[in-house]
Design a protein around this ligand. Structure first.
Ligand SMILES: *Cc1c(COP(=O)(O)O)cnc(C)c1O
Length: 452
């Protein structure tokens, strides 16, 4: 190890650590989030040369820049090849506007991109250190199944996933509860934010130190870095020389869009990030007014994985723009709001509009979207029309889950049941195993102590 990139905590009260330490810790000891002290870059020639590389090769280049001196090249090549063995379709919709489908992984969610890579990296570093870990994660639907599937069968890792009882679909639940082995699933009386709060409290509870806890939520830097890759990939496939690109990112905890922001910092020519959110509109209001106020409890919307009243990665975004936000959402140093307004557009999409968009996109373009992707596409459409974006401008909207994961919504709006991707076939007949808990931290703590 000669010169690794170090990671600092957004609360600025913890020592800097290397990537592998940040990966294994998850949250910094001062409750802040780890951020790279230096963001490596690519030249435009290097970026355009990605057009001749496969997805996993681009992943090697991008992730390798952050892990320099901390992993052997041949090892990293093997890990990315194993993690990214599925296609990333780019669907042309109209003019120079595309939808990137991030839904072809084993759980048909974009969260597979991060979880599969993070699982492999954690296992690699645990092996080197001869250690074991218990991963706690809260999910509003897609994270849990992506994490559970990505870590299933890994010898050095046990996983506990908490999900809000009434906020995940049956298929999402079955993707987690039918695995068994090293994967334990727990249903909680409460909302996603309650699950997340319990997980966070467990991390800072000294009585649970013996469990060697780690997180796999989007707060782990090991999930953010793999999410940079598809921004480079899509650009390399679609851009002509001289192009820049507008991305629209359907957002909840802002992990996905942080990946995009890092890509921009690394040299990707991004014209604008459209941050598309559902009725949980704390960020659009913040961007407009400069005043940040979380939404408690978060609002229940159709795009349920985005029902977030306080995005857990917001502290990172604030840090990237020179500000400081603590884990409670209190800003002690204001970020550069005018630069943020220059880089982003933030669009709120109501449930009613989400449904109308699913219908319109299908009727007009035969574009099949589920609620999250529809929020993204609508955000892009609003941005394009309000700013008179030209027809030649390259625009890419992210579709973050497969429509078949939301059959009730699709049937109601379009009148047919979307075809299942291969990964979801046969789930119905498998046996489910999971435990039930209240939303009280003390119950969760006792549960962990008894079980592990
Ligand atoms: C998690 C999720 C999102 C939101 O991603 P963030 O990184 O939390 O902003 C969007 N769509 C789907 C389908 C998701 O599962």
């Amino acid at each position: 190890m000669t010169n690794p990139i170090l990671f600092y905590s957004t609360n600025l009260k913890a020592p800097k650590v290397t990537f592998s330490e940040a990966l294994l810790k998850g949250l910094a000891p001062d409750k802040g989030l780890y951020m790279p002290e230096e963001i490596p870059g690519f030249t435009m020639d290097e970026i355009h040369a990605f057009s001749g590389k496969e997805y996993h090769e681009i992943a090697f280049e991008v992730i390798g820049r952050f892990l320099r001196d901390e992993i052997d090249d041949e090892k990293l090549k093997a890990l990315v090849k194993d993690a990214y063995n599925y296609p990333v379709p780019l669907e042309k919709v109209i003019d120079n506007k595309y939808v990137m489908r991030l839904d072809q992984g084993p759980t048909a969610s974009f969260k597979d991109f991060a979880a599969r890579m993070m699982g492999r990296l954690i296992n690699h570093y645990l092996d080197l250190r001869d250690r074991k870990l218990l991963i706690l994660t809260a999910t509003s639907g897609d994270t849990g199944s992506a994490i559970a599937n990505a870590f299933f069968g890994l010898e050095r890792i046990k996983v506990v996933v908490l999900f809000p009882k009434d906020e995940v679909t049956e298929r999402q639940r079955k993707q987690m509860t039918t695995l068994g082995n090293n994967i334990q699933i727990v249903s909680v009386e409460g909302k996603f934010d309650d699950c997340q709060a319990m997980v966070k409290e467990a991390f800072s509870d000294p009585d649970l130190d013996y469990l060697n806890l780690s997180s796999a939520n989007s707060i782990n830097i090991g999930r953010l870095i793999p999410q940079i890759v598809y921004y480079f990939y899509s650009f390399s496939r679609l851009a002509k020389k001289g192009d820049d690109v507008i991305f629209s990112v359907p957002s909840g905890n802002f992990g996905d869009m942080m990946g995009g922001l890092f890509a921009g910092e690394m040299g990707l020519p991004v014209n604008k990030f459209v941050i598309s959110v559902n009725e949980n509109d704390e960020f659009p209001i913040f961007l407009k007014t400069g005043n940040y106020k979380k939404i408690e409890p978060s609002r229940n919307c159709l795009s349920s994985a985005m029902n977030v009243g306080h995005p857990s990665n917001l502290a990172r975004l604030v840090a990237l723009y020179g500000g400081v936000m603590d884990e409670k959402g209190v800003i002690s140093k204001s970020p550069d709001m005018s630069k943020m307004r220059h880089d982003f557009d933030a669009v709120t999409v109501s449930d009613k509009t989400t449904k109308e968009m699913i219908k319109l996109a299908y009727d007009r373009y035969k574009l099949l979207l589920e609620p999250h992707g529809a929020v993204g596409w609508k955000g892009l459409m609003d941005h394009v029309s309000e700013n008179r974006v030209g027809k030649d401008q390259l625009c890419i909207s992210l579709e973050t889950a497969h429509p078949a994961k939301f059959p009730e919504a699709i049937v109601e709006i379009l009148g047919f049941d979307p075809e299942l991707p291969e990964s979801l076939i046969g789930l119905e007949s498998k046996t489910e195993i999971f435990d039930n808990l209240t939303g009280k931290y003390s119950d969760f703590k006792n549960y962990l102590k008894q079980k592990y």
